[in-house]
Design a protein around this ligand. Sequence first.
Ligand code: NAG
Ligand code: NAG
Ligand code: NAG
Length: 221
Amino acid sequence: MAESHLLLLSLLCSLFVYQCHGACAEVDSDTEAVAGKGFKLGCISCKRRSEVDGSATVEWYFRPKGEADFVHIYTYNEDGPTIVDDHFMDRVDWNGSKRSNDIQDGSIYVLNVTLNDTGTYQCFFHRILFYANYEYNTIVSKVVHLNVVRKATRGTASIVSEVMMYVSIIGLQVWLLIEMIYCYRKISAAGEEALREAANAEYLAIASESKDNCAGVQVGE
Ligand SMILES: *[C@@H]1O[C@H](CO)[C@@H](O)[C@H](O)[C@H]1NC(C)=O
Ligand SMILES: *[C@@H]1O[C@H](CO)[C@@H](O)[C@H](O)[C@H]1NC(C)=O
Ligand SMILES: *[C@@H]1O[C@H](CO)[C@@H](O)[C@H](O)[C@H]1NC(C)=O
């Protein structure tokens, strides 16, 4: 029971990472960027012992598609952010943990992505955990294979479902229209019928009344 609650909680947390303050979920980065737009390169490394004080620095490396070596592009440490590589100069903003040395989110935001940004990105967390009598060093790294496209590509499934949506909306509208016309005709026909009947009834009443009068007159004569 408790386990299923925990599972549900962690599922909710991974869906609403920003709402669940304090909880850390290692959500994978997106891997498709659109040329000319901004893109967040995600890199999250949760501290395993949340009760222990820690401090972390983050480094990002990039290997352009088709090249052999990684180049150092970005560092975030106690001195703040530093863009190391010319290709990314003035194009990278910090999107990770704010106002803390105890970084768990080391994501960066690349502005104005170009097709040349396609390639492999690797982030490194150098984390120190401060125990009472010693410090414990760890290094965690994550890899993001980024593909830059000229325009956002859409999954066939989403296109098909959009088309289906329009087809069903239009179908429903047409059906509604036909139904309305049919009902209108039926109602107006019924209305005419009723009017005719009412008129007939009145005519008959007047006729019979005048007949009576006539009869009275005849009697009087
Ligand atoms: C990431 O940085 C960009 C550019 O500074 C900003 O527009 C965006 O809101 C940031 N996103 C998050 C989640 O911090
Ligand atoms: C993005 O890059 C292109 C080509 O390098 C440049 O012409 C454009 O002005 C840039 N846009 C922004 C918002 O920096
Ligand atoms: C991409 O790289 C090629 C080859 O290095 C270069 O000629 C071109 O100007 C670059 N384009 C952009 C938008 O940076």
